[in-house]
Design a protein around this ligand. Structure first.
Ligand code: B12
Ligand code: SF4
Length: 529
């Protein structure tokens, strides 16, 4: 779906960003990137944004980032079309049609995932992405700009692999506008904050200027994406209350993608976005996709109290809650404001492994959070990373004890085996020191850390013997079963209560010996291409 073709006029605003140019306003948000619309300046003006992700597991995810960039470009005066490849049976044909009908002057490619991060059944999405970019090169001379979370974690490696010239690290709203405004001049493009060039020095990544939250526009997903298709699989739309994370966990890439400090959106702007989505899509459930929902201190309260004040008749869930400092008051507030489920990410329940992962909380925080959540009405999915640094039988037994003894009856565990290694993380350094990764490996194809102190096979046996009810454990590799997509659609059609992982117990019992826990966890096969 695409918005009306007429570019929005550029309001005359005040205030300047680094480029010293005009301001755009939309609702409560405003952003100032260009002095004149591209049409006024005689610049190139038709931009095709392609959301390349076609992954359907564990659920299709609405390309909110691509919509956000498309909307910023539209507000800057470009004529924009968004092509979402997620459900396209023949993606190259869909691209061909879009190119023929729109004849873009510039192409932005949104790349969410590099791979499925699954140590036991790794799949790289890069060969498919390369097919797309190779095809585009044969069909169009329009300059291409890469962006998205996957690009942000290894931009240079990806540019080399795809033989493309420009990528954006981090958020794309301003960078894309500035890039497409100076299409004819690569030398200028190379100076845009956040833009990385093939063969460049990498300094650009360091000198990114993250947008201030007051400069965020509204993503207006419904104008860009067929949200109904997504709601048919999981009846919740994503919403982002903040960007960034100020923590420094050993393995994490979020600092690179979103920035290393919290940038909080005004709660009123978030509520406005939700009500607009409710009016325009019929969605009644929303998932907060913030790096960590309950940090920094005070934001959870500010946001949820605004939701209560505005009397939104919606249900909410959270994709990442930290056990750190969770209070009874916060849990009650979450219940009162319509929060029905959450994903909590302790990753382990042992102080040894929490320390090695550089988590900023302890076993005690994890236990306390479990007490609070299990006595609430909110369904919780507890995430664990198996095989992190210093994991051994003893630390695993602790986590198993926690799963058996502290998870509420309504709650489940989500288990990821091994940790994807990304360049520039503490885990990467450790993996090289321990000989788990070769220093020369660019890590484009999925590589994983698994503690040398326990083998994957031993970890599996320990789980099998130790976990009292394995049907409550969802293993990452189990989420790829194709039948799950069908069940999701049936569930959405019947309006079954969400989140759909609440039915994991039944599904796991049905899957029986087909589950990953029933097979050998010997060293993983190389990533499937
Ligand atoms: C929330 C989340 C989930 C939720 C999604 C819930 C939902 N309702 O959407 C769940 C748990 C379902 C999930 C699942 C998966 N996820 Co996830 N997820 C995230 C997370 C935390 C946030 C994503 C998000 O919505 N961000 C908000 C939007 C607004 O930001 P954005 O998309 O990045 O867009 C901005 C920029 O990237 C940029 N941009 C985007 N497009 C473009 C295009 C251009 C041209 C430009 C210039 C810029 C640009 O500008 C945007 C606006 O600022 C990210 C980590 C992170 N911090 O980004 C991981 C992340 C994207 N996920 C990741 C992965 C691997 C997965 C899974 C494959 C895991 C699995 N096997 O199950 C699945 C895939 C699901 C799918 N179908 O695609 C990886 C991807 C990296 C990689 N190794 O491939 C990430 C980066 C986490 C990580 N490991 O580091 N995920
Ligand atoms: S708290 Fe979460 S998002 Fe923040 S650095 Fe740690 S793992 Fe990453």
């Amino acid at each position: 779906m695409n918005p009306p073709p007429t570019p929005a006029p550029l309001p005359q605003g005040e205030g300047e960003l680094s480029q010293g140019e005009g301001e755009l306003s939309q609702g409560r948000s405003s952003v100032r990137f260009l002095a004149m619309t591209p049409a006024e300046e005689g610049l190139l003006s038709r931009i095709l944004i392609i959301s390349t992700s076609r992954e359907l597991a564990p659920q299709p995810t609405v390309p909110i980032g691509a919509a956000w960039v498309a909307e910023a470009l539209r507000l800057a005066g470009f004529s924009v079309k968004l092509l979402d490849l997620c459900f396209e049976k023949h993606p190259l044909q869909a691209i061909d049609r879009a190119l023929a009908g729109f004849r873009p002057d510039g192409i932005g490619l949104s790349v969410r995932n590099l791979d499925n991060c699954d140590f036991l059944s790794p799949i790289s999405f890069l060969p498919e992405l390369k097919q797309i970019t190779d095809f585009l090169k044969t069909r169009s001379n329009a300059p291409m700009l890469l962006g998205g979370a996957g690009v942000s974690v290894m931009p240079k490696e990806l540019l080399d692999y795809l033989q493309l010239d420009f990528a954006v690290v981090g958020e794309g709203e301003r960078a894309a506008v500035l890039f497409f405004a100076c299409l004819g001049e690569p030398a200028k493009a190379a100076l845009i904050p956040g833009v990385v060039c093939r063969g460049g020095t990498g300094k650009k990544q360091a000198c990114q200027e993250r947008l201030s939250p007051s400069a965020f526009v509204m993503p207006r997903m419904h104008d860009w994406i067929d949200t109904g298709r997504y709601l048919g699989f999981e009846p919740a739309l994503p919403v982002q209350g903040k960007r960034g994370c100020a923590n420094h966990c050993l393995y994490c890439t979020y600092n690179k993608i979103e920035g290393a400090s919290w940038r909080l959106r005004e709660p009123g702007a978030v509520v406005e976005e939700i009500s607009s989505a409710m009016r325009n899509t019929g969605a009644r459930e929303f998932e907060f996709v913030d790096s960590i929902f309950n940090q920094p201190e005070g934001y959870l309260e500010a946001l949820l109290e605004e939701i209560l004040r505005s009397e939104l008749q919606a249900k909410f869930s959270v994709s990442s809650l930290s056990p750190k400092g969770l209070t009874k008051g916060q849990v009650r507030l979450m219940e009162r404001s319509g929060m029905t489920s959450l994903v909590i990410t302790p990753e382990t329940a042992s102080d040894v492994t929490l320390g090695a992962l550089k988590k900023d909380f302890t076993e005690e925080d994890v236990m306390r959070a479990a007490e609070l959540i299990s006595s609430s009405s909110i369904k919780a999915l507890w995430c664990f990373l198996l095989g992190g640094p210093k994991e051994d039988e003893g630390t695993l037994v602790k986590t198993i004890g926690f799963i058996n003894g502290s998870l509420g009856k309504k709650d489940s565990a989500f288990i990821t085996t091994g940790i994807r290694i990304y360049p520039g993380t503490g885990l990467h350094e450790l993996a090289i020191r321990e000989g788990v990764a070769a220093a020369a490996d660019d890590l484009l194809m999925p590589r994983f850390y698994f503690s040398p102190e326990i083998s994957p096979q031993k970890a599996r046996e320990t789980l099998r013997k130790g976990v009292s009810d394995l049907s409550r454990c969802i293993f990452l590799s189990d989420t790829r079963q194709s039948s799950l997509g069908v069940w999701r659609r049936i569930g959405a059609m019947l309006g079954l209560p969400t989140p759909f992982w609440r039915y994991a117990g039944y599904m796991n019992r049905l899957a029986g010996s087909k589950r990953v826990i029933s097979r050998n966890w010997s060293l993983p096969p190389a990533a499937r291409k």
